[in-house]
Design a binder for this molecule. Structure first.
Ligand code: FE2
Length: 436
């Protein structure tokens, strides 16, 4: 593909170096049984095991706990994690971590659990005002002062890729906005990934988390090239979300091909173990990729779609309060965004669609926007995803508030392949209201 060769051109003063940071990964059936030995090798003696209440009743928590105890470790379980974490749920987890005086952490769950564990480890290791480490402009964006305690992350949804990234996301309740903390120091020391943990997930959870993976890969692949940033004064100033780069491209393309083959199967047939296994591997590949490149506008827009929710309650999720699951809040924006960004790197949009299974043989650059948007819409329809931002309860009257929330996500917006203004965001939400 010409796009792959021409996308990275350094000019005078621009970045010429990309970096690769990944967690140590162990992937496969039965891997949770090995946790104890890994934890010991990482120097853990007294371990906080983070999970949620639903998972606690499933066998994986005891499997993991047994392995840790068999290795001679002291284990305390924390299961108060919220499905969509908030600053308050992070602080409660941090209090548990401070009081327990742990020297290591193990998390078992979806992105919410892994993210909560990252935050607890951070605030227990380097106590600070809560907003100090939170991304600017919402927080002060201060760097994490030093290494955290070792953390073994064990994902149970084929989605967030949080086990491979240095990012943690939460709702800041006072501002009704989702934001996060981003630092290489937050990346778990190790990931233990057993695809069998996804076999019992409801259809909607597989769909939402699968589209989260898909958008990680597509956003990462179409992100602004790393060579378009100014060269940093010193290596430590090189951002973790460094933009598209040749390393991340490998994981994105591989993940997109797997998603094209297995996403619909994994969602629509709970007994299709092969499809669910492959989805978990796609999530891992996309996590490794976007952890080194960053996502852009669909994720930037997702935070207000999730944060301003009024009454949407999807099947398969806890029914105690309205929510738009993360992957759903991302993908409802995606066709609109990729129509907007296609002109910046049309070859990458066409190649992304081809990886997902679209017919692109006679496509010209002018077709890029519709080919990719069309492929996404087709896959959304086939897996029961709501029809755009309108499908999760929003209308024209909400556009200004949605755009204002997304505009605060500058870390993500500046990673897009073309500039995005606040009024562009409004138009992108309008174009995302309905797709069919
Ligand atoms: Fe995501």
């Amino acid at each position: 593909m010409s796009c792959c060769h021409n996308y990275y051109v350094s000019t005078e003063g621009s970045e010429s170096i990309f970096s690769v940071d990944i967690s140590s990964i162990n992937f496969g059936h039965g891997v949770l049984k090995e946790a104890g030995e890994h934890a010991k090798a990482l120097g853990m003696n007294r371990v906080a095991l983070f999970t949620d209440r639903v998972l606690r009743s499933l066998p994986y928590v005891s499997e993991l706990g047994d392995s840790l105890r068999a290795a001679g470790l002291d284990v305390a379980i924390y299961d108060e994690v919220k499905v969509e974490p908030t600053d308050q749920s992070f602080l409660a987890a941090a209090r548990f971590a401070v009081e327990g005086k742990f020297d290591g952490y193990v998390s078992l769950g979806g992105g919410s659990v892994i993210d909560t564990c990252k935050a607890a480890n951070l605030y227990a290791t380097y106590p600070a005002d809560f907003l100090d480490y939170v991304n600017a402009p919402i927080g002060a964006g201060k760097p994490v002062p030093g290494p955290l305690k070792p953390h073994i992350a064990c994902p149970t949804t084929c989605g967030t890729g949080s086990e491979c990234t240095g990012i943690t996301i939460f709702d800041l309740l006072s501002m009704r906005v989702k934001t996060g903390i981003a630092s290489r120091r937050l990346r778990p020391s190790m990931a233990l990934i057993d695809p069998a943990t996804t076999y019992t997930l409801p259809k909607n959870v597989v769909a939402a988390s699968g589209f989260d993976v898909l958008s990680h890969a597509l956003e990462s692949y179409t992100a602004k090239p790393y060579t378009h940033r100014a060269a940093p004064g010193k290596p430590s100033l090189r951002p973790m979300s460094q933009g598209a780069n040749p390393w991340s491209d490998i994981g994105c393309e591989a993940a997109l091909k797997l998603l094209g083959l297995y996403l619909e199967r994994a969602v629509n047939d709970a007994d299709d173990a092969e499809a669910r296994d492959r989805m978990m591997y796609a999530a891992t590949l996309a996590g490794i990729a976007f952890g080194n490149s960053g996502v852009h506008v669909p994720h930037g827009m997702s935070y207000s779609v999730a944060g301003l929710v009024r009454d949407y309650q999807p099947e398969g999720y806890p029914q105690d309060e309205p929510m738009v699951p993360h992957g759903m809040s991302v993908i409802v924006n995606a066709p609109s965004v990729f129509r907007f960004t296609a002109s910046a790197c049309p070859e990458r949009h066409i190649h992304g669609a081809a990886c997902l299974g679209a017919e692109t043989r006679d496509a010209s650059n002018a077709d890029a926007a519709e080919i990719l948007a069309g492929q996404l819409i087709k896959m959304m329809k086939a897996t029961g995803i709501p029809n755009g931002v309108g499908g999760v309860g929003y209308g024209e009257a909400d556009v200004a508030a949605l755009a204002k929330g997304a505009w605060a996500q500058q870390r993500l917006l500046t990673n897009a392949p073309r500039e995005v203004s606040e009024s562009d965001l409004g138009n992108l939400y309008r174009e995302a209201m309905r797709y069919w």
